[in-house]
Design a protein around this ligand. Sequence first.
Ligand SMILES: [Zn+2]
Ligand SMILES: [Zn+2]
Ligand SMILES: [Zn+2]
Ligand SMILES: [Zn+2]
Length: 447
Amino acid sequence: APRGFRHIAGYLCIFLAVCAWRLRKSGSFAVLSQKQAPRRHPRWAERKMHSMTMEVLMEMDEELAAEEASMIKRKTADFAEGERVEGVVVRDCGDSIHVDIGAAADAILERGDFIGAADRRVYLPGTHLNVTVWSKANHTLSLRMHRFNSCRCQTCFQPKEGPVHRQSCVQCWNVGRGVPPLFEANGKRLHCVVGPVPESVHEKVQALIKQGNTYWDTWAEKSSRPLQKGRLHGVGIQLSRNRTFPGTAQLRGRCNEVLGEMLDTEMVEVLNNATNEDVWQSFRWYKPPALPSREPGVASIDPADGGSVQSYIGQGYMAVLSNCSEDHAPPVPVAKLLGVPSCKETCPTCRSKGCQACEECCVHVDQDHSASLLLGIQEEDPIIDQMAFFVMGNKAFPLAGGRAFLFDGKVVPHGVWCMRGHYQGMAFVKKVPYKRRARKKPEVSRK
Ligand SMILES: [Zn+2]
Ligand SMILES: [Zn+2]
Ligand SMILES: [Zn+2]
Ligand SMILES: [Zn+2]
């Protein structure tokens, strides 16, 4: 019998050693089960030993759990705006969803008519969500969905009618009072046409930018507008100096292909079939410009006026100073889409002098000699915090999935807003040599 007891005591020591080792290794006793206990000693000893170790381990585990919980629960201040977090739905309160993101208090995902809001479905407790910390105002963590996944078409803003719709939707828009219209349709004054970027154009733009960067990357200045955010490169003629932009000889062929294909799209047909007789009556000083033409092509002097169709390639480019503050709020139509305050509310310059006077605001007009044909490309479901938008007057359109625009950049205040992400863009517009002329304000007559 003493021999037997010694055996049991021996097994107990080994078992406890194994327990301690496993505990240290895994940090939890969940891996321990009766199956893993030594098998060869009497059952009563096994049971007693097990209850003893269980008690000890339970206590240790409770301490560990408490310690872990206090470590995992982060303070509101420790979260960064724009930070991506995993969340678990706690409850759906109708106008908002309470989400556990490991913060001391629940974070709030609002329902609403803005990008990144919770949609209309019911969010069951326990559902995992990919969310972004959007703001920490008033000690409340407010969230947005991490990626853009809209149930609306971003050209006509109607509920999507199927996968074909996205690649075919063409829509004309009025972008605000006081802007002379480019054309009319059904008695409505319209300023622009918005449509898809054909798949083949997507590919051509990618190839063009890849080829272009082999030249542009070797420049001392990494952009044609080095003082502005992102990169912009011209393919065309520097009319004031009668020479071409670097890389133009190599790149103009591809630019002409993109221009040619875009001029064959339905959105151009819509514009070509439109009338603009009423424009002459209401804005007598305004002559709607033609589209940039196929002939004689990009970077070729048009003998008619000495001008040239230029192509501009943007990579994350914004018409704002490069050191512009990320705190400068987006223009009104983007702010509306994102459900945030606009530059008119937060920037003294935009509010009192207008966005065009503010060097931190992307909204501007250009001195062009034709209408603008512009396209912007971003992935189909970008991270919401990194989305790009094209602003025209009081409208803004996400570039997600690729979108093209026809408008007159002389009279429509416009610009790409893309504060934190990346996008690719291309614009075609005719420029003529700058001529000094007596400054005379155009006579404006509006009915
Ligand atoms: Zn649509
Ligand atoms: Zn401003
Ligand atoms: Zn502004
Ligand atoms: Zn512009």
